[in-house]
Ligand binder design. Structure first.
Ligand code: PEP
Ligand code: MG
Length: 843
């Protein structure tokens, strides 16, 4: 019995075939057989058998062929555990020889038989005997279909033996060559890069050939029931219709649509019954294999054969639609639909992205800091970006690195490229917040602001106004404009995330600095705002001037006067945030950056400032210099400003509380704001600031006659704050770990400069990953554990969260969930990924 042949398994409904032993293709073919599909006879070779063939064992191919009856032709195709790992190409028509060719000629015509023979000899010569393709190709080019004799002669010449006529020998050589190709070094490296284990096996399937050739309806093709880009239900694929004629191999071929189509002829119109049968097969596959399948088929004389079915390769967007639609049709559970979508793949749906099919002229590579694609004219300053935006011309802002002064330029730009920086550099954080594609740390790029040009690593020069495309998902810039795909926050996307929310057990909030951000956070269904960096509200032109005046005041009274002018603006911002978030928690962080960041850096700016303050330039310059620090990120910022220049925090908390009263009245629901103190390293800092916040709260209560409540939180972003979390928690109701600064300070590694050598560090395995991207669980993570534990010892109900950029990273979410944190907070654009990742963890 063929089932008994050693190492070879005839695929029957009950045969012992599984993915771990025979690979996915073999298993899938068995499923098709079980579904009673018209599948030609197929024999599967196990990983083990193929491995032994690669090692030199001779397969018993005469017995293998006996499974197929008299003088068959067969194909061999690879069957690994995961089709994404690649594998050797299929070889068809094994068994063809002089005798069979003559015999077949009587049935299907001489030309057709010889054509099949010719193609097989060519494939065998190149893939199996590994002969030089050139003489063969030349012969075919010169003689067309009459090349059969020449090709046989060339084979004999090149291989020093006649073309093998014995089907068993042909098959055994094909098997050996495919088995060896799998074990080759380059194939191994390629599949490991795609995630295959070192010892990934290859199975092979040997299948009887059915040719789509004959005087009546014949042909071959592939069919899918979805559009592979959108996932929408639609019959796609093609049908190669064949009938006797004057074309190659005595056949006329015509490529047709499958379903009826106004653009041209279709299988549905020429062979409606076979088409209907095929459609039934496809629907049955979807239902029973619980997946959208691509079906490879042949039609011989009106009879349908299903050769193979594989999972439809599709875009991330199509993947979401397919998962939701399978679940809605009751074919899979919602749980399985959730698990079938890779969280990270959702980013592709949320941004306009470079069409994966587009031609790419890559001009530079860097760190993929913020995903999406955008085309625009190059500009080299914030002003130029704004000018461009005012003319509605899309632009790409190029800077050595960005500073808070560039915010408006970044808002105006469609994409950002910086020469320096890493995953948490200013440009990267802001771009992610704005949902703009961004490349930082562009290796080998030279930016000349003066000449308004960039020189790429290979010496090409692009000037202001030149059209460039940023592919922030790939971290590459491309020359010129490139086709794009639009974002898809469609019904399937929202449905899937709705299911995710039902199962996840950790909160996902958004970092949102402005009302625009908050609207985005709300649209992406965040559980609230986990971090509002209030200083970003001061960069609007009118506010920046007042801010600068405030910085230049001499006395606390003057300072208060300047701050009084900022107060209504901040209050209006907060009212709007509360309104947009409609009762969801809003966590507002008090002022954090060094004041120096608000001052101009170049002479032009200093002159302008002197003018607006009505002071001599020398005075202004001196004051700016006096405020400059050697190490501003470790200097007068965060709570240190709150302690030394308390009027700023006084103004901010007053704005928050007045906004709270106003919003509570408007909404009819009580708003309870969360106020958070940045860069704390000592308990006393919290005590001092808390005392002032309490007194402002008391004052606002008396002034307005309204009840008012708030929650106070501390950012844990210095190592000392994590170590002293026990005493700090005595004064706070929540602790939020600012893992950007905490990583910077734990490693002693500047978040703005690390990009310069991060690539080298990661490739040399000093770091597994960029610690600004994925939380360093061993080091920074230990500080999180310590902080959480000591905080909880003092205050068991203390609310714990992470609000650094890591909050959107699935590994970090897993870490936080295991440590029983209450929520993570990340850029609005990362919220959907985080919601799905959190659901996966809970499933
Ligand atoms: C942090 O340090 O992790 C943080 C959230 O604050 P910022 O990035 O504004 O310094
Ligand atoms: Mg910080």
């Amino acid at each position: 019995k063929p089932d008994d042949i050693k190492d070879f398994t005839l695929i029957t409904p009950t045969a012992d075939v599984s993915i771990p032993t025979h690979g996915g293709r073999a298993k899938c073919l068995q499923r098709l057989v079980r579904l009673d599909m018209p599948v030609p006879r197929t024999v599967a070779l196990s990983f083990d058998a193929v491995h032994r063939i690669a090692e030199g064992e001779r397969p018993d191919t005469p017995r293998l062929l006996s499974a197929f009856g008299r003088t068959p032709l067969v194909s061999v195709r690879p069957s690994s555990a995961d089709p994404d790992w690649g594998g050797p190409g299929a070889i068809l028509n094994i068994g063809m020889n002089d005798t069979l060719c003559a015999e077949m000629g009587k049935r299907i015509g001489k030309a057709a038989a010889e054509f099949i023979y010719l193609k097989f000899i060519m494939a065998f010569a190149m893939e199996v005997a590994r002969l030089d393709p050139e003489p063969f190709e030349e012969a075919v080019e010169e003689e067309g279909e009459n090349a059969l004799r020449s090709v046989l002669a060339i084979y004999q010449d090149e291989a020093d033996e006649p073309f093998p006529q014995d089907p068993a020998r042909q098959l055994s050589e094909v098997l050996r060559s495919m088995a060896r190709a799998w074990e080759g070094v380059s194939a191994r490296l390629l599949r490991q890069a795609r995630g295959a284990p070192v010892d990934a096996g290859l199975g092979l399937v040997v299948q009887e050939m059915v040719h789509g050739i004959g005087p009546n309806e014949s042909g071959s093709g592939v069919m899918r029931m979805i559009d592979i880009v959108t996932g929408e239900k639609q019959v796609t694929g093609r049908y190669k219709h064949k009938r006797p004629g004057k074309g190659q191999g005595g056949l006329d071929r015509q490529i047709m649509y499958l379903a009826e189509d106004p653009r041209g002829p279709s299988m549905q119109s020429v062979a409606p019954e076979v088409f209907a049968q095929l459609e039934t097969v496809a629907l049955r596959c979807r239902e029973r294999l619980r997946e959208e399948m691509e079906i490879k088929f042949t039609v011989t004389e009106g009879e349908l054969h299903v050769l193979d079915a594989t999972r439809v390769m599709r875009s991330a967007r199509a993947d979401v639609r397919v998962a939701v639609s399978l679940a809605e049709d009751g074919i899979i559970s919602t749980r399985e639909a959730l698990l079938r979508v890779e969280p990270q793949s959702l980013t592709e749906l949320m941004h306009t992205q470079v069409d994966p099919e587009a031609k790419r002229d890559v001009i530079l590579k860097g760190i993929a800091a913020s995903p999406g694609g955008a085309t625009g004219q190059l500009v080299f300053s914030s002003q130029a970006a704004q000018l461009s935006a005012s003319h509605e011309i899309p632009c790409i802002l190029v800077r050595q690195e960005t500073t808070p002064e560039d915010i408006r330029g970044m808002h105006a730009a469609h994409g950002i490229i910086t020469e320096r920086g890493g995953m948490t550099s200013h440009a990267a954080v802001i771009a992610r917040g704005l949902g703009l594609p961004c490349i930082v740390g562009a290796i080998g790029l030279r930016v000349s602001r003066r000449k308004k040009q960039i020189t790429t690593p290979d010496g090409r020069v692009f000037k202001e106004g030149d059209l460039v495309t940023v592919d922030g998902s790939a971290g590459e810039a491309l020359a010129g404009a490139v086709p794009m795909l639009e974002p898809a926050l469609d019904r399937p996307f929202r449905t899937l995330l709705g299911w995710a929310d039902e199962v996840r057990d950790i909160g996902i909030r958004a970092n949102a600095d402005t009302p625009d951000d908050a609207r985005m956070a709300h649209a992406f269904a965040a559980d609230g705002i986990g971090l509002c960096r209030t200083e970003h509200m001061f960069f609007e032109p009118a506010r920046l001037i007042t801010m600068r005046e405030m910085i230049f005041t001499d006395s606390a009274t003057d300072r208060r006067a300047a701050l009084d002018r900022l107060l209504p603006m901040q209050r209006a911002d907060f009212v709007e945030l509360f309104r947009i978030m409609a009762g969801l928690p809003v966590c507002i962080r008090l002022f954090d950056p060094p004041l120096h960041e608000f001052l101009p850096k170049d002479r032009e700016g200093l002159m302008g400032l002197a003018e607006s303050l009505d002071l001599p330039v020398s005075d202004v310059t001196r004051r700016v210099e006096a405020l400059s620090e050697f190490n501003p990120m470790l200097g007068m910022r965060g709570v240190r400003l709150g302690v030394t220049v308390p009027e700023i925090y006084d103004m901010q908390v007053r704005a928050i509380f007045e906004a709270t009263v106003e919003a509570s009245q408007q909404a009819g629901a009580t708003v309870v704001p969360e106020v958070m103190i940045p860069l704390v390293s000592a308990k006393r800092e919290v005590e001092l600031v808390k005392a002032r916040i309490d007194s402002v709260a008391a004052a606002v209560r008396i002034e307005t006659g309204k009840a008012l409540d708030y929650r106070l939180g501390v950012m844990v972003e210095t190592p000392r704050a994590a170590l002293r979390a026990g005493e700090i928690a005595a004064h706070a109701s929540f602790l939020s770990f600012g893992t950007n600064d905490l990583t910077q300070m734990t490693y002693g590694l500047s978040r703005d400069d690390a990009g310069r050598f991060m690539g080298t560090y990661v490739s040399n395995k000093v770091f597994h990953e960029d610690p600004f991207h994925t939380l360093d669980k061993e080091g920074v993570g230990e500080l999180l554990h310590i902080g959480a534990e000591r905080g909880r010892d003092t205050l068991p109900e203390v609310v714990l969260s992470v609000c650094g950029e890591h909050g959107g990273d699935p590994d970090t979410i897993a870490f936080c969930r295991e440590a029983s944190f209450d929520y993570v907070s990340c850029s609005p654009f990362r919220v959907p990924v985080a919601r799905l990742a959190a659901a996966h963890l809970a499933l």
